[in-house]
Design a protein around this ligand. Structure first.
Ligand code: SF4
Length: 422
């Protein structure tokens, strides 16, 4: 039997669920200063929510769900006029505020303000299909050329100190081949770049074999916000990205995952933890390491870990020495590290870091019209329906209830589609 690129048998299924999760998603505004191709949200001017309403959403989250961090997204959260007060409020609730930003509005002064009130981390979304015309120097740049911009933000955070630094990129068919370059770039900056996230592009395209319904109302496919007028690949899978990364890093090994709600054999959030320095990756944590971390953290804090502090991630050497006996992946990395030290004992003075690489595979459209979401969705957010009922919903599909009052159902257009397994 052919070996699978990624085999669930070797992975830890992250323990995140609807009521107990690492992350929860908050949108204080739908206004953005970019119009990225591939964005799941409409850019709406004058859409800032009153701070009291946003605090109410946080109250609702806390009544429904244990969470470790709040991802403040949007829209562009740095355009939200009360962003500093909001970060302070999240921090005062004992949660980790993380800002998901394109970075454009981030100044040193604002960063300093945010640090003072307790910002835990930033996730910068930077990729080549964002139309970054505002910074003329970034217009038309490819993923590799954008590394200079990524480095600018990573260094800005490092200069302020103690703030977790992550980068998101949407991955399209024609940018998939850049992923190994980004993974290599992240290694060169492993001391200040803590997480790389690759999100696979998903849109409705003209060749869709489905009809769409909101209740009994039929919806035209190109009225749905996330649609493309051209035919393009929208079903790249997480193992395809792993295979691409292995062309550069043959030993690249994911350790944990979330499965799909309708496809338990698919990898929706696929987490890899690597350990190394700027010159050498010693290895990859295995499933037992992640299980241990999640379990201990939950035991101590009564919630599951989302982001670790930069300080914790800089303790790679301590991690190797202390956990090699519980995890095969760490054990292999430790052996390589000892060999590295044996060749030159002065290398003991070189820091060893940990770095996360997450691959996110959003909604998968199943042959029978089911939509397979991330089981234990971390990016769940708030929605109040027309009857005033408050709910937790998938942030990646928020436009559907906003536009049509409900999530859309999909019906295969013909029998053949309904029975064809993909
Ligand atoms: S279901 Fe959608 S919102 Fe939830 S984690 Fe997956 S992609 Fe994100």
């Amino acid at each position: 039997m052919e070996a699978k690129t990624v085999d669930a048998a070797n992975l830890y299924r992250l323990p995140w669920t609807m009521p107990d999760n690492g992350i929860t998603w908050l949108e204080p505004t739908a206004h953005c200063n970019l119009n990225c191709y591939g964005c799941y949200r409409k850019n709406i001017k004058n859409s800032n929510k009153p701070l009291e309403d946003v605090k109410h959403e946080l109250d609702f989250f806390q009544s429904m769900r244990k969470t470790d961090c709040i991802s403040i997204a949007g829209g562009e959260p740095l355009l939200y006029p009360n962003i500093v007060e909001l970060v302070a409020d999240i921090k005062s609730r004992g949660l980790k505020p993380i800002i998901n930003s394109n970075g454009i509005a981030l100044t040193k002064e604002l960063l300093h303000e945010l640090k003072k009130v307790g910002i835990f981390g930033f996730t910068f979304h930077i990729d080549s299909k964002q139309g970054r015309g505002r910074g003329p120097e970034w217009e038309g740049k490819n993923e590799l050329e954008l590394n200079e911009l990524r480095l600018h933000y990573a260094e800005m955070l490092a200069a302020e100190g103690g703030i977790a630094c992550s980068f998101n990129s949407t991955v399209y068919e024609d940018t998939l081949h850049y992923v190994p370059d980004l993974v290599e770039w992240a290694q060169k900056h492993i001391d200040i770049v803590h997480t790389m996230v690759f999100i696979l592009f998903r849109y409705i395209t003209p060749d869709t074999p489905y009809d769409f319904y909101a209740g009994s109302q039929k919806i035209t496919w190109n009225d749905i916000h996330y649609h493309s007028e051209k035919e393009e690949k929208t079903d790249t899978m997480a193992p395809d990205v792993v295979a691409e990364i292995r062309k550069r890093y043959p030993e690249f090994s994911p350790a944990a995952y979330l499965n799909g709600t309708h496809a338990p054999d698919r990898f929706k959030w696929l987490l890899t933890e690597r350990i190394g320095n700027k010159k050498k990756i010693f290895g990859y944590a295995g499933s037992k390491f992640i299980e241990l971390v999640m379990t201990l953290y939950h035991y101590k804090k009564d919630r599951y870990l989302s982001y670790a502090t930069p300080k914790t991630l800089s303790l790679g050497r301590t991690t190797l020495f202390n956990t090699w006996m519980v995890d095969k992946g760490i054990r292999n990395a430790f052996k390589k590290y000892l060999g590295y030290l044996a060749a030159n004992p002065f290398r003991i003075f070189t820091k060893v870091n940990m770095q996360s690489i997450m691959i996110i595979q959003p909604v998968d459209l199943m042959p029978n019209g089911d939509q397979s979401m991330c089981d234990g969705c971390p990016d769940i957010t708030y929605w109040k329906d027309k009857d005033g009922k408050e709910q937790l919903v998938w942030s990646c599909r928020l436009e559907e209830p906003m536009q049509y009052g409900d999530f859309l159902r999909m019906i295969p257009r013909n029998e053949k589609t309904a029975v064809t397994e993909n």
